[in-house]
Design a protein around this ligand. Structure first.
Ligand code: CUA
Length: 417
């Protein structure tokens, strides 16, 4: 009885391999659990689109794992069973060769088709589901126009009109309503970029002269990391962004604040003479610009940190802020950046009307605190290779910024809440 014994041994080998594989997986998960829960993980999802994509991943993973175990088991069995054990075996005639067993061949074809169908059904369902907002939810969907620039993201809110200033526009931090589908129209101003918020939805390219779109939904309020996922030049790897999902009321409050023009701080409301305490540390080139409080398990959640950032600081120095506002013109920042209600009118760089209320600067690369902002405006090229603030602004115009000037500019920019 050759066949049953073969099958028993195969099953035994398969089980052993499965057990070993499971152990490895479990050990791997335990050791790297913090990675599975990282800012840009696709293994912990926060919305229906990412969830359906994770489901497809698991289905594919399990089917291929089973195939791997079976094929590996047969190979291992044959290798050990038929290996040459003695010198005589080396020169022995090969055992009788069999081929063309219809039962085996049809079973293998059938099993392959079945495995493909097993993967194809959920895959096709997920492709249809993730392509666009489901029909019954279309009317409820919130629309955002996202545009890729080398190397930052611009977000326009077509439903939020501002008198005499077009639509609400912001950069690098996309604020959306939670629990509601969001349709993101994807465009690019230059090369191909790719819009990706791993915990919310898979990546979709932003292609020149071609309209693309995706949809996503954050089930709960939260703070999510995004990343350009298509190589787009020098600073592709640091072309990041954030998505902040807020409950409907809080979202509406944010929209109202954001539609208002830039704050003008008067001497009457801010009489402090304190200067922002900036340590002008010497940062290494490309040094990381975030503190540990951004890591999972930190005391203040990133979303609460974002909330704290929304309102003006208590002791503002009106004179210093006015000086910074002057410098913002003198250093030609106004040529590229808009500060709605102030002098800035440029459109080639991010809109800075409410830059002070963002948690990040330099396209999600640095934390928006006094040190990092000073570092960014003084040494942009050391922070972000090839960035246009330096190559088309600072360099051709011979612009440099001293520590005193940086202090005033930081005070001004941080007053823009
Ligand atoms: Cu933009 Cu990569």
């Amino acid at each position: 009885m050759r066949l049953p014994s073969f099958l028993t041994k195969l099953a035994g080998a398969g089980q052993a391999a499965l057990a070993a594989g499971s152990l490895l997986l479990v050990a791997g998960c335990k050791l790297n659990f913090w990675r599975m829960d990282g800012h840009q993980t696709t293994m912990v999802t926060s919305g229906p689109v990412a969830e359906s994509q994770l489901h497809v991943f698991y289905v594919t993973c399990w089917v291929t794992l089973i195939i791997f175990v079976i094929v590996g088991g047969v190979l291992a069995y044959a290798t050990f069973k038929f290996k040459a054990r003695t010198a005589a075996d080396e020169h022995a005639e090969p055992p009788p060769q069999g081929h063309g067993n219809p039962l085996v061949e049809f079973s293998l074809i059938g099993a392959s088709v079945l495995a493909l169908v097993f993967i194809a059904v959920p895959t096709l369902k997920a492709i249809w589901f993730t392509y666009d907002v489901p029909e019954e939810q279309k009317e409820n969907a919130y629309v955002i126009n996202a545009t890729g620039y080398q190397w930052w993201f611009k977000f326009d809110y077509p439903s939020e009109q501002i008198d005499g200033a077009g639509v609400l526009s912001t950069a690098n931090e996309l604020v959306i309503p939670a629990g509601r589908p969001v349709r993101v129209n994807l465009r690019t101003i230059d090369v191909i970029h790719s819009f990706w918020v791993p915990k919310l939805a898979g990546k979709v390219d932003m292609i020149p002269n071609r309209g693309n779109h995706l949809w996503l939904q954050a089930d709960e309020p939260g703070y999510f990391w995004g990343q350009c996922a298509e190589y787009c030049g020098d600073s592709h790897a640091v072309m990041r962004f954030r998505v902040i999902a807020l409950a409907e009321d809080e979202f509406n409050e944010w929209v109202a604040r954001e539609k208002a023009p830039a704050r003008s701080v008067t001497a009457a409301e801010a009489s402090s003479s304190a200067k922002p305490a900036i340590t002008f540390a010497s940062f290494k080139r490309n040094e990381y610009g975030f503190t540990d409080k951004w890591n999972p398990g930190a005391e203040v959640s990133p979303l609460d940190h974002w909330r704290q950032q929304q309102f003006p600081e208590k002791d503002e120095n009106a004179a210093l802020i006015a000086e910074g506002r002057q410098l913002f013109q003198a250093k030609t920042c106004i040529a590229c950046h808009t500060v709605r209600g102030h002098e800035g009118m440029g459109i080639t760089g991010p809109d800075l009307t409410h830059i002070g209320s963002r948690t990040t600067i330099a396209a999600g690369l640095l934390e928006n605190n006094a040190e990092q902002l000073a570092r960014w405006i003084m040494h942009p090229l050391d922070v972000k290779p090839g960035n246009k603030m330096y190559t088309t602004g600072y360099e051709p115009n011979g612009i440099t910024i001293s520590t005193d000037e940086a202090t005033a500019l930081v005070a001004y920019l941080h007053s823009l809440k």
